[in-house]
Structures are given as C-alpha cells and as structure tokens.
Write a protein that binds this ligand. Sequence first.
Ligand code: PEP
Length: 234
Amino acid sequence: MRKKLIAANWKMNNAPEGAYDASSPFHANTEVDVVVFPTLLDIRDCNDAQIITGAQYACIEETGAHTGDVCMSQIAAAGCRYILCGHSERRKDHGETNEYVALQVITALEHNLHPILCVGETEEERDAGKEKDIVTAQLSGIPLESDITIAYEPVWAIGTGKTATPEQAEEMHAYIRSLLPEDKRETTKILYGGSMKPENAAELLSQPNIDGGLIGGASLKPDSFGQIVQIASR
Ligand code: PEP
C-alpha cells in the first residue's frame, strides 16, 4: 500500500491566511503525507510552523556566478525535504529541457532531496495522440531506480479548471508505472496534478495508480486543500 501524498504548490503566491496555524491542513498527519512548496521566501516560516517543505526549483550548479539562482545544497540546508523538478511552468517560462530536468533530479538525489518529477503533455500533443510518447521522452534519462515521486500533470489541465477524467488519468498513471523498473513499480508514488479540487478529488484519488495530488489553485484555499487531504485520508 502506497501512502497518499498531497502536495501544495503555492507557486509565486504568499502563504494563505492561517497556513501557519497549528490546525491548518498543511501539516502532515498520520494518514497522508503532506508537503508544501512555498516561494523560497516562505520556506523558513513554513519550517518554523513544522510544515514539511520543498522548493519549486533549484539550479544544478553547486555555487558561483548564477544570479538569481539557488542551489540544491542551499535548499537542503534551508530544511527542505522535497524539490519539484520540471514543472510545466518552469519548462515553458525558463526553457527547462528534459535533459536539464534529468540533471536536476540527479543533483537533488545527491543532496538527499526527494524529487517530485513533473511530466505531462500539452493539449496539442494529446490531440495528436502523442501523450504517451511525450511522457516517455520526459522520463528518459531519469534515474527511475531511485526513490523519486512522479507527478503526471497534463499541461492542458493546470490552472485551467479542466481536469483529466479519472479514466484518462488512470490510463496515463498505469502507463507511467509500466515504465518503472520492476522493483520500483509497487513503491513509487505517482501523483495527479491539474485542477484537482474537492469536487473531483475522490474519483481521481480512488484510481488504483493515483497515489496523491499536486495541487496548485486549490492549495491557496486552506478549506479546499483540507477537504482534499481529508478525502485522501479515507
Ligand atoms: C500545479 O501547479 O502543479 C497544478 C496542478 O495547478 P492547479 O491545481 O491550479 O491546476
């Protein structure tokens, strides 16, 4: 049995009101793993509030002349346990390639950070029937034999209000699982991301190969996020 993981991606938003309260849903509980990806500026406050954190990005270089960047060892030293690698917004806004993302995953593992690798196709790619080829390419070069988590995030469903149907998501999750080395197939978590909210979470999270969610918009509303965590706890 894989324990469900519900991750909040706050993107470039401030922490929602009440996030640091002891009763907020952003704290891990015994039933579900919960991790928050705040902006770098909010990591310390989250950690002080005993919230498990990750960074939304880190550079693959160790140190040096990389203005505006922050490296994996700094992320680890700040108390983060996780790191998002290859979120579609980073791929689009910052030109992160599959090769670069693979290096990020490798560097994260070297620093004992747990990578959550984001993969997923655009609407155009799905319309052309290429979703599996795209995801296969995004997974090539990734050390799938390592302890990582994968988030299947169809780009057309991120922040759009459109959600993959449970059947579409399950088909992709099962496909991704089939690409994992045999000894990792049972243990590797595969999260779904793309407009997950309390209204659709139960159906998505009840699919056999969906092990949790990466939540953007709904993670900025503690009530909604809390409901998703509750659903995942069932
Ligand atoms: C995300 O940012 O990874 C995401 C899935 O966002 P949203 O839930 O808003 O679609």
